[in-house]
Ligand binder design. Structure first.
Ligand code: NDP
Ligand code: 8X3
Length: 251
């Protein structure tokens, strides 16, 4: 049967690479994000391979999330795979110097946004007794690093929600998985450092960081296992990274 995947944060990085790989494997796509022009470009690029529908909304606003998902045309209503990927870090400040707007953006986007989208999609999976939810966590959700405070807290929450979903959705035959990447070269650091490209570049200098396509490959592997196989939790580092704080920049 033709599968349909809804991917949040499809306008760049991991979400975009996943959309590209899914499209080439003939999975129908619902691509979500706030930047409409990026969604339109991707829709144009991928429509040669599969059916693509785009939804522009900000995951922080529950009414917008519900409206967008309720607006899906019939041929996209049946969602088999939900990729909860939208999220970012905002700032890298000590707790005492933290910025409340940054904290709100991370808690609202990375945690509440994931909840809102899941809440909008899960009922149909429960009804069908079938579905796959893949949550993008982070190594920041496994270990706290200096100045990571609220971003780490948001990803610890994703880790907990992944476990909670697994437990509660088990009776409904729904598969749930989290992937926790280390350093991936995307727009992530640009956003974290508020458009300071020079500072963002230094994060990925001196070693080979993971590329978004590396994570997309793993996502595709996980979602294409036979239905009785559920990979629960994967931590993926670049070879040069040993932990949240140890990166060998001289390899
Ligand atoms: P990018 O900045 O490249 O992509 C982030 C995506 O999330 C964009 O498509 C953005 O779309 C979307 N997004 C962010 N905030 C919102 C929002 N409020 N509403 C809707 N969409 C939103 O970064 P990555 O690809 O690296 O990040 C993807 C996920 O991977 C995130 O959850 C991140 O925390 C996680 N991660 C990243 C790692 C890394 O090193 N890069 C490592 C571990 C985890 P738009 O701006 O168009 O709305
Ligand atoms: C993104 C990876 O190490 O910047 O989640 O937190 S890190």
């Amino acid at each position: 049967m033709q599968q349909t995947a809804l991917i949040t944060g499809a306008t760049s990085g991991i979400g975009k690479a996943t959309a590209q790989l899914f499209a080439k494997n003939n999975i129908n796509l619902i691509l979500c994000g706030r930047r409409i022009e990026k969604l339109q470009q991707l829709q144009q690029e991928l429509s040669q391979f599969t059916k693509v529908h785009i939804l522009q909304f900000d995951v922080r606003y529950n009414d917008d999330v519900k409206k967008a998902i309720n607006s899906l045309p019939d041929e996209f209503k049946h969602i088999n795979i939900l990729i909860n990927n939208a999220g970012n870090a905002h700032g890298l400040d000590s707790f005492q110097n933290g910025n409340i707007d940054d904290w709100d953006a991370m808690i609202d986007g990375n945690v509440k946004g994931l909840l809102y989208v899941s809440k909008a999609v899960i009922p149909q999976m429960v009804e069908r007794n079938n579905g796959f939810i893949l949550n993008i966590g982070s190594i920041a959700g496994k270990d706290v690093y200096p100045n990571g405070n609220v971003y780490c807290a948001s990803k610890f929450a994703v880790n907990a929600l992944n476990k909670g979903m697994r437990i509660d959705l088990n009776q409904h035959n729904i598969r749930v998985c989290a992937i926790h990447p280390g350093l991936v070269e995307t727009e992530f650091s640009e956003v974290r450092f508020k458009g300071d490209s020079e500072r963002a570049k230094t994060v990925y200098q001196g070693y080979k960081a993971l590329q978004p396509e590396d994570i997309a490959d793993i996502i595709y592997f996980v979602v294409t296992r036979p239905y009785h196989v559920n990979i629960e939790d994967l931590i993926v580092y670049p070879t040069a990274q040993a932990s949240a704080t140890i990166v060998n920049k001289n390899a």
